[in-house]
Every structure is written in C-alpha cells, then in structure tokens.
Design a protein around this ligand. Structure first.
Ligand code: FES
Length: 383
C-alpha cells in the first residue's frame, strides 16, 4: 500500500478530514484512489532572486505528474537566498533541511520533486529528503544567461569586486557601475559561474539524482521547462518502481560526484554539503575521500572562476554529460540514476561541441586540479 493511502485510503472520520479539506480546490473523489501523490518541494521566494522563476517550473512539473497519472501537491519550504540573507545563508542550511524533512515526513507524500537553485537550497533539500528516503528527483532552476556589458562578458561574483574597486579608484563612474548591475544579472536563474549553485546542480546530476542535462540548461531556455515536465513524469514511475534515494545515493555515487567536482573545477563548498548529504543517507564519506579520489584528477572545464567561460557556454558545449563521458577511466560506471539507467549509460555517447570549453581527459584545462585537504596549525581538525 502506498504511503499516502494511510491518509487518503481511510473510510473513517480521519479519512473524511484528510480528503474533505483538499476537496476545497475542486479535487474529485476518485483522485484519492491510490495513485502516486507527488510532493513538489518549492524554494520559490522573491527574497531568493535565483529561485524567483520557480512557480513556472513547478507548473511544468505538475503537468508532467498529471500526464503520468500522479497527483501533484506543491508545498513551500524555507528559501535561502545567498545575495540577501544576513548574517549568512549557511547559518540556516540545517534549519531549512529540517523544514524539508518534516514537511515530507508529516504529509501524505509518496514521491518528491526538489526545486532548488541558489547555493544552500540544493544541499538543504537533498539533506532533508535523504532523511526521509522516498523516491525523489532533483530539478535545478538553472543558471542565468551570461552577463553582457559593453561588448564583454560579466560573470557573477568576481567582477563585482573588480568594478567596485575601479569606482573607488575613479576609473569607473557611478552611473556605469549601476548600469553594470543590470547587465550582470539579466535573466532568471542562479549565478552563471561555476560557483556553489552551479557546482551543487552538477553534484545532483553526478550523484544520479536528476535527469541528464540538469546542471547546465539555462534557466530561461525552454528546455529547462521540458526537463521539469519530464521529471514530473519520471517521479510517478519512480514511485511505482519504489526507486528510493538510498538506491541511488550509494558510495559509488558519492565517489563519482567527487571526481566530477574535480573535473568541473567545482566549489570547495561541495565538500561540506556532500559530507552532510552522505551522513543523512547513511553512506560513510570522509574528508580524506576528497583527497584520495579527487586531488590528482584534472580540471576539464574552462569556466569562471578557474577559467574564462560561463555556464551558458558549458551547456552549448555539451553540459555535464560531456564531462562525465571524459571521466570514463575513473568513473564508477554502474552507479544508478533516477531514470533507471546507469550514469555511464546516460553519458557514454554524450557529444562535445566545443573543446575550448570542455577539454579532453588526456589534454585537460588544468592538471592535478582536484581538492587537496590540508592539515596543520592553520586548519586544525579533530580526527
Ligand atoms: Fe544565488 Fe549566487 S546568489 S546562486
């Protein structure tokens, strides 16, 4: 019996209550017949600009769920916006994960779609959902279009510091500075460099927790909506197959994610977030694993802040599947993903359209580029 039937399948007083209040939206009685109930966990907030298009994304997921014969129910969770929230979004990551966990656990949900984008929303949702271990699929909001300012590209982040110094030095006018604000972030989406948001979206895909291509499709590209709708369809099948998170988030999956993080020049923040997600699902992952598995691997991606290009270029070059294909010599190829296929099956034929953006494993952008774990009196750690 499906989990949701413990609510909707009852013929007593409580069953009346569970169904009756939902019927206020015009839901017909036959919709409580045991079909998969899909929770859409939404971090939409106007205070999280990177996730401000998530209502549209949620509607696409719902269409997919309906198409596959499921019953979608969207719910909000705490949203952590990196650009605004004081004192720091990281202070609230675990709090948000508790919101996610208890919202899933306390409600009649059989499967979950996680809508996440800005830095901390991704680990918070993955952590909370992992503690519940239901069939779950991740849908990232996607990166913004590349910033364009007076013929040059602007990436989220570094250029802000550079231009603010130029204003202080009298080399840039205040008016130009204001103009650059509109040019750097000119579309929906999260930061379009390989910062934490793009890194964590890549980690979700490398872990097998999203459909292929999730990490790099720009937020405003129609194919982002197609991916959301396909994810809505797929989660219904995952419930029928009982494809729970713990079948995907294995030790192999985390090892793959560590390797992919090296290959994309991903953020060091991935270390703390992946360790936390692994802890929730019961996989033994240690800080030392990052050193042992990743630090000698090459970086294949010429993307800011390590390199030149931006996430839009990454998508047009082939996206994460093209990077994963290059990692064949070191990949755990049998790791399962949400579409029921292995990571390798999903990526083995992935095309690479631009070798200047995604380099070959044998001719990398940077050698020995993974994360090295340092110890000493500057960073003492308890073993
Ligand atoms: Fe949201 Fe950078 S501020 S991803």
């Amino acid at each position: 019996m499906r989990r949701s039937q413990a609510w909707f399948g009852r013929r007593d007083r409580d069953g009346f209550i569970y169904r009756s209040w939902l019927k206020n939206r015009g839901i017909p009685h036959d919709q409580f017949d045991g079909r998969p109930v899909i929770g859409i966990c939404n971090t939409y907030s106007e205070l999280t600009p990177c996730n401000s298009h998530f209502r549209t994304l949620a509607e696409q997921v719902k269409i997919g769920v309906w198409e596959a014969g499921g019953f979608p129910l969207e719910f909000p969770v705490m949203s952590l916006g990196e650009s605004m929230l004081r004192p720091t979004a990281m202070l609230f990551r675990n709090l948000a994960s508790m919101d996610v966990e208890e919202s899933i656990r306390g409600n009649p949900i059989d499967g979950v779609v996680l809508l996440m984008g800005c830095d901390k929303t991704t680990p918070a949702l993955m952590m909370g959902a992992a503690s519940c271990d239901l069939p779950t699929i991740g849908v990232s909001g996607g990166p913004m279009l590349s910033g364009k300012f007076r013929g040059a590209e602007l990436g989220s982040g570094t250029d802000v510091w550079k231009m603010s110094e130029e204003v202080r030095a009298g080399q840039m006018s205040q008016e130009d500075f204001f103009e650059a604000e509109s040019c750097m972030h000119r579309s929906h989406g999260h930061c379009m460099t390989m910062g934490t948001a793009s890194t964590m979206a890549s980690m979700v895909e490398a872990l097998g927790m999203s459909l292929p291509g999730n990490a790099a499709i720009p937020a405003v590209d129609g194919r982002r909506n197609v991916l959301a709708r396909a994810s809505g369809r797929r989660i219904v099948e995952m419930v029928k197959d009982n494809l729970v998170m713990s079948k995907i988030l294995t030790r192999d999956a985390f090892e793959n994610a560590i390797r992919v993080n090296a290959a994309i020049g991903g953020s060091t923040n991935a270390v703390i977030h992946l360790l936390a997600i692994a802890g929730r699902i019961g996989v033994k992952l240690k800080l030392e694993d990052w050193d042992a598995l990743g630090h000698e691997l090459p970086c294949l991606l010429d993307l800011q802040p390590s390199g030149r290009h931006l996430m839009e270029d990454f998508y047009y070059a082939g996206g994460l599947p093209a990077v994963i294909r290059e990692l064949e010599p070191v990949l755990a190829r049998d790791a399962l993903t949400v579409n029921g296929k292995t990571l390798w099956d999903n990526c083995k034929d992935a095309p690479n359209w631009n070798r200047e953006v995604i380099h070959a494993f044998g001719a990398p952008f940077k050698a020995n580029a993974g994360i090295a774990v340092l110890r000493g009196n500057l960073c003492p750690t308890a073993r």
